[in-house]
Design a protein around this ligand. Structure first.
Ligand code: UDP
Length: 342
């Protein structure tokens, strides 16, 4: 595999920072760019420490500004871009749809416009949210996409379509891959990078760790009357380092000309359903503590159950999730303690 230069847009965030570490450890050069709208420099500093790359390029910039995007591509010999720069709060997207459509679509359009001019491949960070409430489980990449239930979810679907159309229009001059993430959780084993939610976390695992550390009083488990084995929702929780590694496989596949089609989609999940209660119990057990939780009404918009069929990513990309849910939950707790200085 030849060494390449990969641009990671939104590279200072939770997923972007873990992907940067894995790209560097696979031998690639990485350029990190972020507008810092939803994070601070904690993770970027952590990435530099983990990789020993004090000279790692960082550009603070806004991907909604086409001139800035063009300038970035002219300054670095970018072979592929992994695009994360986007807003991601589902609830906020319902309240402020224009903000979400404007930011998430314009930034991606700018990246695509420049990438297609320069013949640069594009990896888009999509989401299992595109499957909505699936009729059949597990979901494969062929499972139908359901109408989005939030502007955030809609931006994922629209960006997938924009990527597919653009790849087609270039006649395959640029290639595209969309990775559909299930539920990324956990932190790097070094505990130097992890998830840094602003304010009250929406996602389950940061809420669990913040409750365990005493920042939150009690975890609410949203719904225990779902038609699942224990009544709580089921998800496919994918370790953040495993997820990051999927990007290295995907980028390598694009750059080395191994793609079967010019535009490909892969589920990035474990194939293993875990209920909210199972996750809470596993967290308690592996970390040797008791979590304060209660059952609360269902949360609007939650699907009952979704998990991936990851066969395509396993067989085609040669990628497979490796860390156990216990290892992942231990890493999430180590990160929370690191943040608290414990
Ligand atoms: N959840 C919960 N309490 C919380 C946050 C989440 O019970 O404080 C549940 C939620 O109802 C869902 C699962 O945890 O069943 C995962 O939610 P998350 O927001 O992490 O991801 P989503 O699957 O909604 O993208």
């Amino acid at each position: 595999m030849a060494k390449k230069t990969v641009l990671v847009s939104g590279g200072a965030g939770f997923i972007g920072s873990h992907v940067t570490v894995e790209l560097i450890s696979a031998g690639h050069d990485v350029v990190v760019a972020d507008n810092m709208s939803n994070c601070d420099m904690t993770c970027f500093e952590g990435v530099k420490k983990i990789t020993g790359r004090e000279d790692l390029p960082f550009i603070k910039m806004d991907f909604c500004n086409a001139a800035e995007v063009d300038k970035l591509f002219s300054e670095y010999p970018i072979d592929a871009v992994i695009h994360f720069a986007a807003f991601k709060a589902v609830g906020e997207s319902v309240e402020e749809p224009v903000k979400y459509y404007k930011n998430n679509l314009i930034s991606f359009l700018n990246v695509l416009e420049t990438a297609s001019k320069r013949g640069c491949n594009v990896l888009f960070s999509s989401s299992a949210t595109v499957y909505g409430e699936p009729d059949k489980l597990p979901v494969t990449e062929e499972s139908p996409r359901q109408p989005a239930t939030s502007p955030y979810g809609n931006t994922k679907q629209i960006c997938e379509d924009i990527l597919s159309d653009t790849v087609k229009a270039t006649g395959g001059k640029i290639k595209g891959i969309a990775l559909r993430y299930f539920n990324p959780i956990g932190a790097h084993p070094s505990a130097l990078i992890g998830e840094l939610p602003r304010g009250v976390p929406n996602n389950l695992v940061p809420f669990i760790t913040q409750t365990a550390i005493g920042k939150r009083e009690c975890l609410s488990i949203f719904g225990n009357d779902y038609p699942t084995p224990d009544g709580t929702c089921q998800r496919d929780y994918i370790d953040i380092v495993d997820l990051a590694k999927a990007h290295v496989f995907a980028v390598t596949r694009m750059i080395d000309g191994k793609m079967k089609k010019d535009y490909e989609i892969f589920n990035v999940g474990t194939g293993r359903p875990v209920s909210v209660l199972e996750l809470v119990n596993a967290f308690e057990k592996v970390n040797g503590l008791k979590l304060n939780y209660r059952f609360a009404p269902r949360r609007a918009g939650d699907v009952t159950a979704i998990w991936a069929d990851p066969t395509l990513a396993n067989e085609e990309m040669g990628w497979k999730a490796e860390r156990t849910v216990e290892e992942t939950l231990a890493s999430a707790w180590a990160w929370e303690k690191h943040l608290a200085g414990k």
